[in-house]
Design a protein around this ligand. Structure first.
Ligand code: SAM
Length: 311
């Protein structure tokens, strides 16, 4: 279904929890460990079903950290069963991926995005608060082994913290058939609101000038490659190059509210409508129709980190 600006809204990101096993510096405070407000699996499936009936063909499970939910594979399997759903994807920090990869694949998850901001153990620990880089790397290997595809690495660089990690992250795309994507730091949390910390993608393209554009986009990502690379390098630039005109997504938060735009605080609570099929469908249509024209980063404070918003 199209929104009032003519954009086809066909992508739903579903945050299954606010809880996370890491405390990344740019992501917000870990004051969001309230399991009791989380939608049940039944509620998630019924709201997602309404979105799929309204034209959503791709769902991404996210959070918080989706793999801290013990029923994540059964949620995935039930979403997979929704008629009309094409792609089922998951975004994870990868810490529990080694244990879950095979079950996620069996449940019908197609692809995974893994957040990895450094391949250096001590920088990784500084960024996330945990000494678990080796587990993330094992998780990536296991995801590949079980056939989750494509595998994409998402990295956020912060000036003075991990900007030096860019070269070794790019090397992952040289050595492996994966996309390594740089996401510009967005103004969530105290660290994210410090504009001097933002490393723009233009700056990276200048620094790694051997990368050449492929002339294709993957959604919001501009793709690049270089001689001898098995994978690709992507740039996602919400700050330096707005892409709201091409936005196709909505976000279901873990408590049942729908966020119409990542950079706008408007939400609509769908939880009370679960079990009232027609009302739920009407509300979903109205959410899609009312999606704002664009984000309001810089104009409107973002009171919560992405762990709460559903990254
Ligand atoms: N726990 C999962 C993970 O780590 O992938 C899913 C949720 S996490 C909030 C999703 C993504 O949001 C991560 O790739 C993270 O790097 C990104 N993110 C969090 N805060 C951000 C910020 N202030 N600016 C840009 N990206 C951010």
């Amino acid at each position: 279904m199209k929104d009032s600006f003519g954009r086809e809204i066909n992508y739903l990101r579903v945050s299954v929890t606010e809880r996370c096993n890491l405390s990344c510096v740019y992501c917000g405070k870990t004051d969001c460990d309230k399991k009791e407000n989380e939608l049940t699996a039944d509620e998630i499936v019924s709201i997602a079903d309404a979105f799929v009936r309204c034209g959503v063909t791709k769902i991404r499970l996210t959070g918080g950290e989706p793999l801290v939910r013990s029923d994540i594979c059964s949620i995935a399997a039930r979403l997979r069963g929704l008629p009309g759903l094409g792609t089922l994807a998951l975004t994870t920090n990868g810490v529990y991926l080694r244990q879950y990869a095979a079950d996620l694949k069996a449940a019908g998850v197609d692809s995974v995005n893994i957040s990895l901001d450094s391949t250096d153990g001590s920088t990784y620990r500084k960024l996330t608060g945990a000494d678990v880089l080796h587990r993330v790397l094992e998780g990536i290997d296991e995801a590949r082994r079980v056939g989750l595809s494509p595998i994409k690495i998402n990295a956020v660089l912060m000036r003075g913290v991990n900007e030096d990690s860019a070269a070794s992250l790019i090397d992952l795309a040289r050595e492996q058939e994966i996309d390594v994507r740089f996401i510009e730091l967005m103004p969530f949390s105290d660290a994210g609101e410090d504009a001097s910390r933002v490393v723009t993608n233009d700056e990276l393209r200048k620094r790694f000038s051997f990368l050449r554009p492929l002339g294709v986009r993957d959604g919001t990502t501009e793709l690049y490659t270089a001689d001898g690379f098995r994978g690709r390098v992507g740039f996602i630039s919400p700050i330096s190059h707005r892409f709201c005109h091409a936005c196709n997504r909505m976000r279901l938060l873990s408590d049942g509210r729908v966020k119409l735009c990542l950079g706008d605080e408007t939400t609509v609570d769908l939880r009370p409508l679960v079990g009232k099929r027609e009302e739920l469908l009407r509300a979903v249509r109205s959410c899609i129709r009312n999606k704002p024209a664009g984000h309001r980063f810089g104009e409107q404070a973002q009171p919560h980190g992405l762990n709460r918003t559903g990254g």
